[in-house]
Design a protein. Structure first.
Length: 245
C-alpha cells in the first residue's frame, strides 16, 4: 500500500454497524482499574481503557515549596500530565509539549471542583499523570485515574470524577473513541463529570456536530461516565471495605 493510500480515511463503521475494534456505538472499551499501585505515593491508580493506559500518583496535602505558592484559605491543586516517550507509535520527545501543558490545566480544572481544598490551607496537593500507552482518550482516562488516586490518598472529596470521550464517526455518535476514531472521525468530545452531584467538569469539542447530535453525544458520554464511576466506587470499596457492615 502506498503512502497516499495509507493516509486515506479508513471505514470506521462496517456493514453490521460495528466499529473498527468490533464495538457497538454505545460500548466502552474493556476498562480495568487498580488503586494503590505505587508504594511511595500517598495515593495512586492505574486505569486502562483498552490500549490507553494511564498511571496517576498523588502527593499531599503537604507543605508547599516554594511557600509563596500557597493560599491562606485552601490547598493549591497542581497537576502534571505527561506522555512517556514509549507511549506513542513514534518516540515522543520527553520535553513537555504545549499539548501536555494545556492538558495538565484541563485535567486540574476537571478535578478541582471535587476536592475539599478548603480543609487544607497553605498546602499543596500534587497530581502526576503518566500516559504509559496512548490510544485515544488519555485526558479522560487521566481524570478517572487521578480521581481514584486522590481518593486513595485519603483526600476528602465531594464526589468522584470520571471521564470519557465520545465522537462522531461515519455519521454515527459513538462512546469512548479510540485513536483511529479520534484521528479520522468527524468530531471528538471529551467529557468529565461528578455523577453523584450531577455536575460536568470538563467538556471540549473538536470537529462539527449539530445541536441535536451534541445532545445525543452528551447523553451517551454521561451514561458511559456513570458506568465508569460505578467501577471506580467498586474498586475503592473493594480496597477499603470495612469488614463489619
Ligand atoms: P486524548 O488523548 O485526550 O484523546 P488528543 O485528542 O490530543 O487527546 O489525542 C488523541 C490521541 O492521539 C492520543 O490519545 C494519542 O493516542 C495520540 N497522540 C496525541 N499526541 C500524540 C503525540 N505527540 N504523538 C503520538 N500520538 C499522539
Amino acid at each position: 500500500m502506498g503512502v497516499a493510500a495509507e493516509k486515506e480515511k479508513p471505514k470506521l463503521i462496517d456493514e453490521k454497524g460495528l466499529r473498527v475494534d468490533g464495538r457497538r456505538p454505545d460500548e466502552l472499551r474493556p476498562i480495568d482499574m487498580e488503586v494503590g499501585v505505587l508504594k511511595n505515593a500517598d495515593g495512586s491508580a492505574l486505569v486502562k481503557y483498552g490500549n490507553t493506559w494511564v498511571l496517576a500518583a498523588v502527593y499531599g496535602p503537604r507543605e508547599a515549596v516554594p511557600k509563596h505558592m500557597t493560599l491562606p484559605d485552601r490547598a493549591v491543586l497542581r497537576c502534571r500530565y505527561r506522555m512517556l516517550s514509549f507511549s506513542t507509535h513514534e518516540r515522543k520527545s520527553p520535553a513537555p509539549s504545549r499539548r501536555e501543558i494545556e492538558l495538565s490545566k484541563v485535567i486540574r480544572e476537571a478535578l478541582e471542583p471535587a476536592v475539599l481544598t478548603e480543609l487544607y490551607p497553605r498546602t499543596t496537593i500534587d497530581i502526576f499523570i503518566e500516559v504509559l500507552n496512548a490510544h485515544g482518550g488519555t485526558r479522560t482516562a487521566g481524570v478517572t485515574a487521578a480521581a481514584l488516586a486522590l481518593a486513595d490518598a485519603g483526600i476528602p472529596m465531594r464526589d468522584l470524577v470520571a471521564g470519557v470521550a465520545v465522537g462522531k464517526v461515519d455519521g454515527i455518535i459513538v462512546l469512548d473513541i479510540n485513536e483511529n476514531e479520534d484521528m479520522y472521525g468527524e468530531a471528538d468530545m471529551p467529557v468529565a463529570a461528578m455523577p453523584g452531584l450531577g455536575r460536568i467538569t470538563l467538556l471540549q469539542l473538536n470537529g462539527v456536530l449539530t445541536p441535536e447530535e451534541f445532545r445525543v453525544a452528551l447523553k451517551l458520554a454521561l451514561q458511559g461516565i456513570k458506568r465508569i464511576y460505578d467501577m471506580q466506587k467498586e474498586v475503592l470499596r473493594h480496597k477499603y471495605a470495612v469488614v463489619e457492615e
